[in-house]
Design a protein around this ligand. Structure first.
Ligand code: DAH
Length: 343
């Protein structure tokens, strides 16, 4: 019996040493020390031994069990240490390697243009106003001298939400809103914002784009004031060598109405493909606020007069930076955007 136990011990210790992972080690433990293992078997059969043998074998069996258990424990420790060493080796970092460059974003080209326009007009004493993108038919059209059924409504194909609500087709409603708010006091504001039209997207059209509206109302405001402000704006935005010209036009909310051109930067006014041979490029619409518009907003047109203008920042950016497709502003191709990041 003693020899049998000793042999079991040697055999078990060898297997412990050979175990390559904790799973194998666990198998050895179950095989030798488990409920159905040979040591348990010996201890169970103690009853059959003589009185003298019982304590000796019992003690030996316990010793053998302890030795095997100790060997398993220390093997377990060394397996865990080895696993940890391996993990550390695998996860080793070379902290001296150069870092990956971080891509830094920047404001969108349109944001920059809008800020530039805002700064320019703030410099001339204008304040910035905002209005809702979901607008009432009243402010989008009626208050701007475009009653229901007016043919000029067709100039702006609209997204209607209900009979009386629509996505604003221009920023002009903010003129009427601001005048209402100022309640007869002089106004000098610009309003940048998004506008919507039922247009099919192509290189020069978009169902959603940006406008900047301008409005100045006071006593004795004249057309020459409008021209002075627009001239200052054009020269600061496009360069002092640029000339402007005003052409007669029609807008229901202004009388008289004009469109403003700037002399073509590409050919310096001589005529080229960009300006279609005319030497001029249209950049905005403007005019003297129509007496009906003043009156509807509570201003006496015999005392007050004003001018208004509306421009498209996309168009301004396209001219200033030679962008040839309006869709570039909205598709957010990083290769396009990156070219206009300010450093
Ligand atoms: N609202 C006009 C448009 O979207 C632009 C415009 C023209 C605005 C003349 C004005 C203006 O304030 O006076 O086409």
């Amino acid at each position: 019996m003693k020899e049998q136990l000793k042999e079991l011990e040697t055999e078990a210790l060898e297997k412990v040493q050979l175990a390559e992972d904790t799973k194998a080690l666990q198998d050895v433990r179950v095989a030798y020390l488990g409920k159905k293992g040979p040591i348990t078997e010996v201890l169970r059969g103690m009853g059959r031994l003589s009185k003298e043998e019982r304590p000796v074998i019992g003690q030996l069996a316990n010793e053998v069990r302890e030795h095997i258990q100790d060997a398993i424990d220390s093997k377990q420790n060394s397996l865990e240490e080895a696993a940890l060493d391996k993990q550390l080796e695998e996860e080793k970092l070379d902290v001296t390697l150069p870092g990956r460059p971080v891509q830094v974003g920047g404001p969108h080209l349109l944001t920059n243009i809008l800020e530039e326009i805002e700064d320019l007009f703030i410099g001339m004493g204008f304040e910035i106003k905002e209005g809702p993108e979901v607008e009432t038919d009243y402010y989008n059209f009626e208050a701007l001298n475009l009653p229901k059924g007016h043919p000029a409504r067709d100039m702006q194909d609209s997204f209607y939400i209900t009979e009386e609500l629509l996505l604003r087709t221009h920023t002009s409603p903010v003129q009427a809103r601001t005048m209402k708010q100022k309640d007869g006091e002089p106004v000098r504001m610009i309003c940048p914002g998004k506008v919507y039209r039922r247009d099919t997207d192509d290189a020069t059209h978009s169902h959603q784009f940006t406008q900047v509206e301008g409005l100045l109302v006071d006593k004795n405001v004249r057309m020459s004031d409008l021209k002075g402000v627009l001239n200052t704006f054009a020269k600061q935005m496009f360069g002092s060598e640029r000339d402007i010209r005003l052409r007669p036009s029609f807008f229901p909310f202004t009388e008289p109405s004009v469109e403003m051109d700037i002399s073509c930067k590409v050919c310096d006014g001589k005529g080229c493909s960009v300006c279609k041979g005319t030497g001029w490029i249209e950049i905005l619409g403007a005019g003297m606020v129509h007496p009906n518009v003043l009156e509807m907003a509570g201003y006496d047109p015999d005392v007050y007069s004003g001018f208004a203008f509306g421009m498209g920042p996309e168009r301004i950016a396209m001219l200033k930076y030679g962008v040839d497709d309006i869709r570039h502003f909205y598709t957010n191709d990083i290769r396009f955007l990156k070219q206009y990041h300010k450093v």
